[in-house]
Ligand binder design. Structure first.
Ligand code: DAH
Length: 355
């Protein structure tokens, strides 16, 4: 059809046809919604039909060539521009859709934030320090990795002593076998303190302690203790009992009683097991205190002369008392929460938030 017209008519026809195709591309491009459909439009119209029209220029009369050439180029430019504009628009729309789809919604639960608080064990730890600072004691921290001397020997546990076996020690592979360990109690701090400063000493030593226990409802391989040591002249068992009495009342309130039962520890003589009257049943007996009315917290006693000798203090001149007990049950006892203290380690904020 294109080649059959007369020269001038052919020129007009080509120009008209190119104009129509350009308009068709503009209209079509504004309708297609995908890059694929747009590519198809480009292939069939711009590279197909319009390219076909351009070939017709060979048959155009020489005098019309420039006019037709310009018009066809203009039509082709219009068509290509329409395709490009649309391509950008579709790509931009797809990008923002992807952004929207992949966006992280950081506003979830974002209607204000809850302020945390210290862990219940940390709260009690600090409160214990405060109580003793108020009594004029110093606070001292020893290392968690200890040597056999401080953890055992200087505390009057000689090698092979049966009381060592009760401690379920976790040894570290450092130096000679069984020479370095994770402290099984805070008592080694007593030795470090007496080695580092002369008496009189009035000190508490809180910290983490470790034993070879498997985690279960009542046991944890990591737990907390606080140790107290007094070294002075003429210290008596009465001083020990009076101090514990004052301290327990500061911690648990005025209705609580302390109990001392004869016991044995290598580093104190005499020694006593330290108990507190059961806050749940006020001593009438319940499940928490195994119907005894008392809850065992730790041990205490008068510093054994061998311990003084181990640190170079004269047992004839100096006397003292010591006590040590677990911190972990205290937040529960104080809040009368009859549960097992290992709940404290689960870090479930629904539980911890109650303290
Ligand atoms: N260290 C002991 C333990 O972990 C507790 C203890 C008992 C500490 C008697 C003392 C004490 O200071 O005098 O089992």
């Amino acid at each position: 059809m294109i080649g059959s017209a007369k020269p001038h008519e052919l020129a007009d026809e080509l120009i008209g046809r190119a104009g129509e195709l350009a308009a068709a591309v503009e209209a079509g491009a504004s309708e297609v919604a995908s890059l694929d459909a747009l590519a198809e439009l480009e292939r069939t119209v711009v590279k197909g039909a319009l390219a076909e029209v351009k070939k017709g220029i060979k048959a155009v009369d020489g005098t019309d060539r420039a006019r037709v050439g310009q018009a066809l180029s203009a039509a082709e430019a219009r068509a290509k521009a329409a395709i490009e504009v649309r391509r950008h628009a579709i790509a931009a729309a797809q990008r923002s859709e992807a952004h929207e789809r992949e966006r992280l919604d950081l506003t979830a639960l974002g209607t204000g934030y809850e302020r945390g608080h210290l862990h219940p064990v940390t709260q009690v730890w600090r409160e214990l320090e405060d109580i003793f600072l108020g009594l004029g004691y110093q606070v001292y921290y020893g290392p968690e990795a200890e040597d056999d001397w401080h953890n055992f020997e200087a505390l009057n546990f000689p090698p092979g002593h049966p009381a060592r076996a009760m401690q379920d020690t976790l040894y570290l592979e450092v130096g000679e076998a069984e020479s370095t360990l994770l402290r099984t109690h805070t008592s080694p701090c007593q030795i470090r303190l007496m080695e580092s400063q002369p008496p009189p000493i009035y000190a508490v030593m809180p910290g983490r302690t470790f034993r070879r226990d498997t985690m279960d409802a009542r046991h944890s391989p990591v737990f907390h203790q606080i140790e107290a040591l007094v070294v002075d002249r003429n210290v008596t068992m009465g001083d020990l009992m009076g101090t514990i009495d004052v301290f327990f009342r500061a911690l648990f309130g005025p209705d609580i009683d302390a109990r001392f039962l004869p016991s044995y520890f290598p580093f104190t003589e005499p020694s006593a097991e330290l108990g507190v009257s059961c806050p749940f049943c006020e001593r009438s007996g319940c499940r928490t205190c195994s119907n005894t009315g008392w809850i065992e917290l730790g041990g205490c006693g008068m510093v054994d002369p061998n311990v003084f000798s181990a640190v170079g203090l004269d047992p004839q001149e100096w006397s003292g008392f010591a006590f040590g007990f677990g911190i972990d049950r205290i937040p529960l006892l104080r809040n009368e929460i009859d549960t097992l203290h290992t709940l404290l380690w689960d870090n479930d904020v629904r539980f911890l938030n109650q303290f």
